[in-house]
Design a protein around this ligand. Structure first.
Ligand SMILES: [Ca+2]
Length: 280
């Protein structure tokens, strides 16, 4: 159950951690990362024509409009849920087994190869049934109908994967099908395993003109008899479908259900005009 944000918000008030709580009155985070700083203070870091520069937060939207990416480095990661609540635009490493933020679960590295943005990336290694994620809460309440670009890039190094070339990180987020903002599990986009090529960066289009295939962690989609839907079908079947408001967890997971562990590099997450460059 991914209710930690709600729980932690409640905990800040009542100093009590009850993982079954799901009804705390939580102010929604901004759905626009452009309005937020990914760094402390009034400065933000952007990748401007290949160089990491600091700009005023007020100028961020202009830089994004020019094609700059928001730069995220190790020191920019949220260190706790209270940090995320205070700074919802931050990213963090998330242990999906224990529902904890733990920035030791991933690292920021050079390369490998030529990442889609900048010169570095995030690297996560897992073993067995571990489930670790690069995650954020910054897209709270985002209607899926308003998303025109949704993509991320992965690199599957043969050195860390025992020759298994079908594994990738995959995108999932807490979904609200019906506007009730209750826990309704997660939507999942998994890159087709047969398309994975090792030792090269690949960008995965999670919309693909409406034909990208999505699954739901609850199994058969609510009110249907199907276990997968295209992006277009999601919009048609569930008008108003959105990222959950009060617990807007969104992350790229490395790990289970891919068995036996692997290493994956991640970079270039994109949602509409928000593009993120993970750099060491
Ligand atoms: Ca990068």
């Amino acid at each position: 159950m991914k209710k930690i944000l709600t729980v932690l918000l409640a905990a800040t008030v009542i100093v009590s951690c009850n993982k079954t709580s799901n009804d705390a009155n939580v102010a929604p985070a901004s759905s626009s990362a452009m309005e937020k700083s990914s760094n402390s203070g009034n400065k933000v870091k952007v990748n401007h024509k290949g160089n990491v520069i600091q700009v005023n937060a007020s100028a961020l939207s202009a830089h994004i409009a020019h094609g700059d990416q928001m730069v995220v480095q190790a020191g920019d990661m949220a260190t706790s849920f209270s940090d995320v609540i205070a700074n919802p635009s931050k990213w963090f490493f998330y242990n999906d087994e224990t529902d904890q933020i733990d920035n030791s679960l991933g690292s920021f590295v050079s390369g490998p190869g030529t990442p889609p943005y900048g010169s570095g990336s995030v690297q996560i290694s897992v073993s067995g049934s571990q489930r670790r994620c690069l995650a954020t809460y910054q897209f709270a309440g985002m209607p899926l109908a308003d998303i025109s670009v949704l993509a991320f890039s992965t690199y599957n190094p043969s050195a860390g994967n025992g020759g298994a070339a079908n594994r990738t990180g995959y995108l999932n987020f807490n979904v609200d099908f019906d506007g009730s903002d209750t826990w309704q599990k997660r939507l999942i986009f998994t890159p087709p395993g047969g398309d994975v090529v090792q030792n090269t960066w690949q960008e995965w289009d999670c919309i693909d003109g409406g034909s990208a295939i999505w699954r739901w962690s609850g199994g058969t989609f609510p009110g249907t008899s199907v276990t997968s839907m295209t992006w277009s079908d999601l919009l048609t079947t569930y008008p108003g479908i959105r990222v959950r408001v009060s617990d807007p967890w969104l992350g790229i997971r490395v790990g289970s259900p891919y068995a036996s562990g692997y290493t994956e590099n991640l970079d270039g997450f994109q949602l509409n005009g928000n593009s993120f460059d993970f750099e060491n």
